[in-house]
Design a protein around this ligand. Sequence first.
Ligand code: F6R
Length: 244
Amino acid sequence: MKIIRGKDEREVGRIVAGIIADEINAKPDAVLGLATGSTPICTYEELVRKYKRGEIDFSKVCTVNLDEYKGLSPENNQSYRFFMNNQLFDHINIKKENTHLPDGLEEDGEKACIKYEACLRQVGAPDIQLLGLGLNGHIGFNEPSNVFSKTTHCVDLTESTIEANSRFFATMDDVPKQAYTMGIGSIMKARTIILIVTGAKKRDILHEVINGDVRPEVPATILQMHADVIVVADEAALGDEIEI
Ligand code: F6R
């Protein structure tokens, strides 16, 4: 794993956006694997700034997102489709038909997963996959388990994830309890993976992900087995004890 230290989340966002811009400039039809949550927001803001300065052309870029809540429509302001449109897609020249997320409104879990797998196959493996890190070590919504999942599947979110997500919903009852997520196998197919980690509360789990044994109880530890992972983290998350 290559580790890049940024001073704070803004600098982390600039570093990650810089890597993405270089990729798109080298390969205009790059496939980007994208994440939602608070962590990549600074990266998306910087990508929008770069686009507005004429430094990136997204017209041939394709994107696939890691996950979507089951039961939420694209118009629901808590859905990941809404988030992606609002944070990034509505502000750049990407073609909406080139942006893909699992279909949260598909109630038949099996059907939704087969459909998204077909989409991932058609688009091809991401050149760059962005990941945030859950407090319990999840990536996408691959929660701690006794196996590493391979393909897109429907997950029951854990209490800790529901609790962490509840900050975005009016009541606990509104927080979705299930989601569709790319599997660990699909994530590992990306050519380059960028794990973005910010904030002191992620310090212990980041340490575990970098130095701990590879095991499905801490899903992100599988990243140690990937040939090209870049961890971009701020000082608060890295602390002093992580050697670079
Ligand atoms: C989001 C996702 C999740 C988040 C993780 C961290 O698409 O797949 O794995 O990356 O829960 O969330 P934040 O960034 O809000 O701390």
